[in-house]
Design a protein around this ligand. Structure first.
Ligand SMILES: N[C@@H](CCC(=O)N[C@@H](CS)C(=O)NCC(=O)O)C(=O)O
Length: 210
């Protein structure tokens, strides 16, 4: 029988940080199964039955099963309301949050950082591709030039306060710093401010030390 407690699979990556951080912000009682990337754990028969994509992160709640870090975070924020973060309710706010999450996921995560992960980090599996890595670097810097003026004097993406879009952007900024990008001034101030959040510190510790 499935329990009503939220279970989250996955640790040690920027993508797994997101639902863990969201769960910490919402102060929910969840169980983490900290399986890691490239450990073979995602390939086990048991895990493949849960998530045929053989990827982390993954979530189960009362028999409801969900993959994809963005869908998981949205499910959590809509299921467990909290005063700790702004959860959009009206179409314009929802669209603004979607706009930022799509931009961060599509342009920063998948187009640049995950391609770099393959051809800069995991070269023994995917092969080195210096030209690809160079163009990812240039492309990501171009995206930072879009974000930089937007974040002037802002400590959250939406004017109403910290929320899902910030969790997504922060996960990519930390990833970029890990890949030795120099962040522009406003983005650095924004990142430093959000890094002070209690839930962020706890999620970072759980995600990277589990
Ligand atoms: N679009 C997915 C991407 C998930 C993904 O690619 N996860 C990687 C780690 S970041 C993975 O599980 N790779 C397989 C493995 O490590 O065994 C999401 O955002 O959740």
């Amino acid at each position: 029988m499935s329990s009503d407690k939220v279970k989250i699979w996955g640790a040690k990556t920027a993508r797994s940080l997101r639902p863990i951080w969201m769960a910490e912000e919402l102060e929910i009682d969840y169980e983490l199964l900290p399986i890691g990337p490239r450990t073979g754990e995602t390939l086990s028969e048991e895990y493949t039955k849960l998530n045929p994509k053989q990827k982390i992160p993954f979530l189960e709640h009362g028999g409801f099963k969900l993959s994809e870090s963005l869908a998981m975070c949205k499910y959590l924020q809509n299921t467990f309301p909290s005063k700790n973060l702004f959860i959009p309710q009206i179409p314009k706010d929802l669209a603004r949050e979607d706009e930022w999450c799509s931009f961060v996921y599509g342009e920063l995560d998948e187009t640049c950082l995950y391609v770099m992960r393959r051809h800069y980090d995991l070269t023994d599996i995917y092969g080195a591709a210096p030209n690809v890595v160079k163009s990812c670097r240039e492309y990501l810097e171009r995206q930072f030039r879009v974000i930089e003026p937007y974040l002037e004097k802002k400590d959250s993406i939406l004017d109403q306060g910290f929320g899902l879009a910030d969790i997504f952007l922060m996960s990519c900024l930390d990833w970029a710093v890990y890949y030795e990008f120099d962040l522009p001034k406003n983005i650095t101030i924004y990142r430093d401010t959000i890094s002070e959040r209690k839930a962020f510190k706890k999620a970072m510790e759980i995600n990277f030390q589990s």
